[in-house]
Design a binder for this molecule. Sequence first.
Ligand SMILES: *Cc1c(COP(=O)(O)O)cnc(C)c1O
Length: 365
Amino acid sequence: MEKRVFNFSPGPAMLPLPALEEAQRDLLALPGTGMSILEISHRSAKFLEIIEGAESNLRKLLGIPEDYHVLFLQGGARLQFAMVAMNLLHGTGRSADYILTGTWAKTAMNEAKSQGGIRVAWDGTSLNYTRMPRQEELHLDPNAVYLHMTSNETIQGIQFSTEPDPGQVPLVCDASSDFLCRPLDIRKYGILYACAQKNAGPAGVTIVIIRKDLAERSPADLPSMLSYKVLAEAKSLHNTPPCFCVYMVKLVTDWLLQTVGGLEKMEALNRQKAALLYEAIDRCGGFYQGHAAPESRSMMNVTFRLPTAELESAFLQEAKKRDLVELKGHRSVGGCRASIYNAMPLEGVQRLRDCMLEFYEKHSR
Ligand SMILES: *Cc1c(COP(=O)(O)O)cnc(C)c1O
């Protein structure tokens, strides 16, 4: 087999090796069927077992109550930017609040604009999106249809430590890049959505956890594929779902439950991994400039710059020699970004930390 490297890509990202191995082992024939997951009907008993298994794993991991649907949809997180507004905002004559914390929050807001009124509850633009807001900084409209937040800004590398309090307004969260990184109280959310390719599976499926009463609000004239109500009533089988992706989410959540031992354990490991890199940043006296303010540092995406563009490219080359790849930052922020999602092993982060410390020793004088 070709050697595997430590892949720090922001997404699609590393998957847990046991999940990949199980998929590889069973690719030609799922046990008991003689058919590949790539070949079976989405109406077959075996696939229903898989999709129900993925849902039940998610319900266990996050403690999702009965009055929430768990949907497996297509179109990525980006389609949710529009769907949330089409289903909840359109035609209400009211507006929705958005917390502008970074590139993704802004994209979500712009996508919703065509569907109704938008208010900005807080704007981090002038801070260059270096931190999340504090509760008292939010200008919340008590009559908003919903409050939209982005729990982790993948590009800037900042993360909410706890949810903002939306009052009586339903909280809608884009959790694409920190889904399943820690336990959550789902009851605080009206809708929580996440594309799979950061922390939950491969690209091609988006998980939408939606309170059942909100899914009832979908306007009747929406195209069926955009209606939460239709998709929920069909249990994500209104059309052919991305069967392989759902299968992979099942295997990744099996890994979280059985090998990792749940989200408390996952969070402890994620905190340990993130601390290794932030300690290295702090220890090198300004050589590495973290983008995030310390109180908003992301556990998932660690963003930093080096003193010059030349040093940055030399650092990326040195890292690559050590099989540490995909560390270049997003073009809009520059610098470096280490995405250390659930599946990134501690060993990969330790190796990156060592690379950072040794590179600093060599180039700081
Ligand atoms: C990756 C990402 C998206 C975009 O997801 P797609 O599946 O490409 O639409 C949206 N929001 C956040 C926070 C992300 O990290």
